[in-house]
Design a protein around this ligand. Structure first.
Ligand SMILES: [Fe+2]
Length: 291
């Protein structure tokens, strides 16, 4: 936590959902925030898990500069969606700006984001956060849905929480992509992210709070038959994403939305068939192994 005033004193916060998430009004993120304001934003991020800033028309450089305040950035691995080192471009258009055909390889690649997941959980050092900028947003589809794994963990009985201690999931991007289409990804890219194990319950270092850590990228549970493990993960994700636990974000042009991948699940509700949906994402790298 920062010194001095709490985020509530410094920032104009409005809840996005009764259980988590906040909109912050009154900031212009094109220019660097002073340290006190930045620390208040960081506190709000650690507390509320999802932050929304409206009307932020940022260049990629401004987007990267703002993101870097939170830590090192992940470099993009998958060339199918990466115009530069730090920007992951989630767009249902081709290079000429036309909406992709329904069977386009790139569209199929994007479909994996429709499953509940947390970004880069398939990395040994998974992402701390993601910051997504709505460049061109459809009017009534292509929402992004969020669910707090911290809230879900805290809502569990003591016995249930105890039963999860020591359990580990194997996260494998090749597995989650294989449910859709892997042809847009090279073998070399796939080889760069071999399967990794993370605990099913993790601690959030800034707050010390525990949360579940499940993701659509989990291929199996260590020590369980594969199918049983997948059902187990499905049940846990189902627990996290009961309708009353979910915040559904309807995008407005130039929204900037950031979320805490350590304790939040998300999914894209659709890759629109006709309307353009163009998003740019930076990814804040994790700060060490998951504990
Ligand atoms: Fe994602």
């Amino acid at each position: 936590m920062s010194d001095g005033a709490s985020d509530g004193d410094m920032l104009k916060l409005k809840p996005l959902h009764p259980l988590f998430g906040a909109e912050i009004a009154g900031l212009d993120l094109r220019n660097p925030l002073d340290d006190a304001t930045f620390n208040a934003v960081l506190d709000a991020f650690n507390t509320h898990s999802v932050l929304l800033f409206r009307n932020q028309e940022l260049s990629d450089k401004q987007h990267v500069d703002f993101s870097r305040r939170f830590g090192e950035l992940e470099e993009t691995t998958f060339s199918i969606a990466a115009p530069n080192r730090y920007i992951y471009r989630l767009a249902n258009v081709d290079d000429d700006g036309n909406v992709l055909e329904m069977d386009a390889v790139k569209r199929l690649f994007l479909e994996v984001n429709g499953r509940w997941h947390t970004d880069s959980s398939f990395r040994a050092n998974p992402a701390l956060g993601s910051i997504l900028s709505g460049k061109e947003v459809p009017s009534n589809e292509g929402d992004t849905c969020f669910a707090s794994m911290r809230v879900a963990y805290e809502a569990m009985s003591e016995g249930r929480r105890k039963s999860l201690e020591g359990m580990r999931g194997v996260h494998n991007y090749a597995y989650s992509l294989s449910l859709f289409d892997t042809s847009g990804v090279t073998q070399e890219e796939m080889d760069s992210v071999p399967p990794v194990e993370h605990p099913i319950v993790r601690m959030h270092p800034p707050t010390g709070k525990k949360s579940l850590y499940v993701s659509g990228h989990i291929e199996r549970i260590v020590g369980m038959p594969v199918e049983e493990g997948r059902l187990f993960v499905k049940e846990l994700i189902g627990w996290c994403t009961r309708p009353e636990y979910v915040y559904t974000h309807r995008w407005q042009q130039h929204d900037l939305l950031m979320w805490d991948n350590r304790c939040v699940l998300h999914r894209a509700s659709s890759v629109p068939a006709k309307q353009k949906r163009i998003m740019h994402r930076t990814t804040i790298a994790g700060q060490g192994p998951v504990e």
